[in-house]
Design a binder for this molecule. Structure first.
Ligand code: SAM
Length: 266
């Protein structure tokens, strides 16, 4: 376990604005690395390597790694610790990083900064064609939303947008005590695998995203009201969806059908 006092971990003052809670329990580090089980020759990309706990385990298994870290001080430490043939370190913002430029079949992994988890997942979903899988640690509640079923309180925009692109599976939970500093929330590790050929064909992703966002913006509204500006009455009929329903009752496939009908209606 790294030495820690307050927010100082191994001599580094953890930065809240970068969501820095470092994994300090080696059992969970090993469980995440085992969940990925990378093999030499695979392109493994870690988001937010931090102090390198998971990085070291992944390097042992994969031989080499690409990592994207925004914190300049941590990037400098990582460069000192890992030789360049083991770690290609990109100092920058994962939200702006072009993962697909690294190739195809990428194995992306990270204990994600929780303050940007949703935008980061959307950014990765947009590059799903380049991923083999994505293994991420997130706030437990976010993983509950990612894996939720229709008509449950956790089902929402994040659920539909991610499940339209990935098969999402919760692997295990991680308690606050496994981190330094300890976060206030429980965490969970999830695996996302692109659906690829099995993914629903979405002709107009921007329209789909707008319909999903509007359907959940006010959960109590009927679809007729929530989508008045986006979906004409005839499109509801064409998709065989009752406009009196609420968005939270629609399956992912029904959202896809509705956006398709709305597109051909124009
Ligand atoms: N992987 C380490 C671990 O498990 O101990 C650190 C995890 S910590 C929750 C999140 C890491 O992501 C930090 O190292 C933080 O500096 C980095 N980070 C935060 N925002 C980032 C961004 N936009 N792009 C890349 N890295 C980021």
């Amino acid at each position: 376990m790294p030495r820690a006092s307050g927010r100082t971990v191994q001599g580094h003052v953890a930065r809240k604005r970068f969501g820095q809670n470092f994994l300090a329990d080696s059992r969970y580090v090993a469980r995440i690395a085992d969940a990925v089980s990378p093999r030499p020759g695979e392109t493994v990309v870690e988001i937010g390597p931090g102090l390198g706990a998971l990085t070291a385990e992944l390097v042992v298994r994969a031989g080499r790694l690409v990592a994207v870290e925004i914190d300049r001080d941590l990037a400098a430490r990582l460069r000192e610790r890992f030789p360049p043939d083991a770690l290609t370190l990109v100092e920058g913002d994962a939200l702006a990083f072009d993962f697909a430029a690294l190739g195809k079949d990428l194995r992306v992994v990270g204990n994600l900064p929780y303050n940007i988890s949703s935008p980061l997942l959307f950014h990765l979903a947009a590059q799903a064609h380049a991923l083999r899988d994505l293994t991420v640690m997130l706030q437990k509640e976010v993983v509950a939303r990612m894996t939720a079923a229709p008509a449950t309180p956790d089902y929402g925009r994040l659920t539909v947008m991610l499940q339209a692109t990935f098969a999402v599976e919760r692997l295990f939970t991680v308690p606050p005590g496994a981190f330094r500093p300890a976060p206030k929330v429980d965490s969970a590790v999830a695996r996302l695998v692109p659906l690829r050929a099995a993914a629903p064909a979405i002709a107009d992703p921007a329209r789909f995203a707008a319909i999903v966002a509007a359907a959940f913006a006010q959960r109590r509204k009927t679809l007729r009201n929530a989508l008045a500006k986006l979906v004409a009455p005839a499109a509801f009929a064409a998709a065989a969806i009752d406009p009196q329903r609420r968005g939270e009752t629609l399956s992912v496939a029904e959202f896809v059908a509705l956006s398709k009908a709305a597109a051909s209606d124009r």
